[in-house]
Design a binder for this molecule. Structure first.
Ligand code: ADP
Length: 206
């Protein structure tokens, strides 16, 4: 368990802004953002895994746990090998994993969770509106139909939210997701900065 990646989880319902915020945080030196949604979307659509992803995501369902964690592990390992992700100087910001209780157990062998940022957005209608906007901008099959969007929000409540109970409440930080991207980013960095400073306190490379 010694060479687990130290990570902070970006947590929240579809539409809460994990992707937007993750991308912004990833531009700040010392942070590496990794999204499982992006990982899946980067697969060749005609490959076996690409087809599996399409089958599940087009219904608003999650890809099975074992497949997801195995792919994620290969993905992070490849990026570390190629020097795209530098674990010695960058804090891993995980967006979209773990997303079920089973994934949480499987991921424990690979990651040491230093903090969880929970983007809280209780306004379901606002979430549906944000996701419909995104569907038009990014042509995403999983956001295109309202019933699929609503199913994704149900899956989140049923399967993903319980993941939060796995972590010590002292490392779970709630951030209000309703606000301008800059305002939300400011709040997130207020939480992340001390975690980052503590993590790299004795490293000269950062
Ligand atoms: P959102 O945050 O809006 O739900 P994502 O881009 O994170 O969107 O994910 C898109 C789709 O990718 C999900 O609906 C699901 O099918 C699949 N997916 C992403 N992460 C996971 C995961 N950890 N486990 C299973 N499926 C996942």
């Amino acid at each position: 368990m010694t060479d687990r990646y130290q990570a902070v989880l970006l947590f929240g319902a579809p539409g809460a802004g994990k992707g937007t915020q993750g991308e912004l945080i990833g531009k700040v030196p010392g942070y590496f953002h990794m999204s499982t949604g992006d990982m899946f979307r980067s697969l060749d659509k005609h490959s076996e895994l690409g087809k599996v992803f399409h089958d599940y995501s087009s219904k608003g369902e999650l890809v099975p746990d074992e497949v997801t964690v195995a792919l994620w592990h290969q993905y992070v390992h490849a990026q570390a090998l190629l020097g795209i992700f530098k674990p010695v100087s960058e804090l891993l910001i995980l967006d979209g994993i773990p997303r079920t209780e089973a994934q949480t157990g499987l991921m424990d062998q690979y990651i040491d969770v230093l903090g969880v940022i929970h983007l809280v957005a209780n306004d379901r209608d606002e979430m549906v509106k944000r996701l419909s906007r995104r569907a038009m901008q990014q042509k995403r099959v999983d956001d295109a139909r309202e019933e699929v969007v609503r199913n994704r929000l149900d899956v989140y409540d049923r399967e993903t939210k319980p993941v939060l109970d796995h972590y010590d409440p002292s490392i779970v930080h709630e951030v209000n997701a309703i606000g301008s991207p800059g305002a939300v980013l400011g709040e997130i960095l207020r939480v992340l900065t001390p975690i980052h400073e503590h993590r790299f306190a004795n490293c000269l490379e950062v």
